[in-house]
Design a binder for this molecule. Structure first.
Ligand code: 5GP
Length: 126
C-alpha cells in the first residue's frame, strides 16, 4: 500500500507559513523549530520541506541533496543546542515516531531532538 501525503497536515501548514513557528534553523530543504508542547527543556522538531510522510518514504523518494541537507540540519541543531557529548554536551534523544505503532501524530516526517534533562528509559515496558 502506498502512502498519500496530506498537504493540509499541520507541518505542511507551517511550511506554507499559514501558521507560525519558532524557527531554530532553516536551510534550502529543511526546517527546525521548537515543539509547541515540549516534553523536555529542549524539544526541537526537524522536518524536510518536501512532502514525505515518514523516514522510509523520505529515503525512498527524496534527492540525495535533500537527504544530506536533512541529516546535516539535525547535526547542526544538536551542535547549536550544545547537546553533543563530543563537545561536552549531556546528550540527547533522537526520535522518529512512525505510523500506528510508532504513535505518529503528524503525517509529515519529523525527527524529535530532546535534551536538557535525563530522558529516562526509551519506552514503557508495560
Ligand atoms: P508525533 O507524535 O507525530 O511524533 O509528534 C508530533 C509533535 O508535533 C508533537 O510533539 C506535538 O507537540 C507537535 N506539534 C503539533 N502541532 C504543532 C504545531 O502546530 N506547532 C509545533 N511547533 N509543534 C506542533
Amino acid at each position: 500500500m502506498g502512502l498519500n501525503y496530506d498537504f493540509n497536515n499541520i507541518f505542511a501548514k507551517i511550511l506554507k507559513k499559514e501558521i507560525p513557528n519558532e524557527t531554530v534553523l532553516e536551510t534550502k530543504h529543511s526546517l527546525a523549530f521548537k515543539d509547541i508542547n515540549p516534553a523536555a527543556p529542549i524539544h526541537i522538531l526537524v522536518i524536510p520541506k518536501g512532502p514525505y510522510v515518514n523516514y522510509d518514504h523520505f529515503i525512498s523518494n527524496a534527492t540525495d541533496e535533500e537527504i544530506i541537507d536533512f541529516n546535516k540540519t539535525v547535526k547542526e541543531v544538536i551542535e547549536k543546542q550544545e547537546l553533543d557529548p563530543k563537545s561536552n554536551g549531556n546528550g540527547y534523544r533522537l526520535i522518529a515516531n512512525t505510523g500506528i505503532n510508532g504513535v505518529q501524530e503528524v503525517p509529515h516526517l519529523h525527527f524529535h531532538i530532546l535534551g536538557g534533562k535525563n530522558m529516562g528509559f526509551m519506552v514503557s515496558k508495560t
